[in-house]
Write a protein of this length. Structure first.
Length: 188
């Protein structure tokens, strides 16, 4: 196996009732990415795991079988088992602080109140791991955030999300080819 290995994880809740929720946009990215590549499904107890081999790197795409607030458990296990450095991890996550369809690439950062990111930070013992935040907008009433993130996208929002998934995939290709700095200057 090549030395240049990456783990790309989309955050979401794996039960089918959550499939179309705003909170599952990380899973949506993984589905998009694996449909753009010839991947091999790898049996794994922690997540749906797919491997893609290019001339330059091996990329593992993962959708954890854990609830959002336990996301750190499978990510830590995968990094250890696949022998991948935290700097070679990219987490795709929904973000209520960004408008629907916007995205931001960050090499590190705070959890912003996101339970998935809190769990990752707790289990990896650091805030310094790369993430790509996909905007899902926010509810009119901030107290309604749980129902909002567990609600489904409208048809108009879904259209914007599908467009941003394509941009997100281009940004990943840029990260792999030219690094985070280049991708951040092109896509942020």
């Amino acid at each position: 196996m090549k030395n240049n290995k990456w783990l790309i994880v989309g955050l979401g809740n794996s039960d089918s009732q959550y499939e179309k929720n705003r909170h599952n946009v990380g899973f949506w990215y993984i589905d998009y990415a694996i449909n753009q590549r010839e991947v091999t499904h790898i049996k794994n107890k922690y997540c749906a795991l797919y491997q893609y081999d290019s001339d330059h790197e091996t990329i593992f795409f993962a959708k954890p079988h854990f609830y959002m607030n336990e996301s750190g458990v499978p990510i830590k296990k995968l990094l250890e088992n696949l022998e991948i450095q935290i700097s070679q991890l990219i987490v795709f996550v929904d973000d209520m602080n960004l408008d629907v369809g916007d995205m931001r690439i960050r090499k590190k950062g705070q959890d912003g109140g996101h339970n998935g990111l809190k769990s990752i930070e707790h289990h990896l013992k650091t805030q310094e791991y790369p993430r790509l935040r996909i905007g899902i907008g926010s509810p009119e009433n901030k107290k309604d955030h749980i129902n909002y993130v567990l609600g489904d996208f409208t048809e108009e929002e879904r259209s914007k999300i599908h467009k941003v998934l394509e941009r997100a995939d281009e940004s990943v290709k840029e990260i792999l080819s030219n690094g985070f700095g280049s991708s951040m200057s092109k896509f942020n």
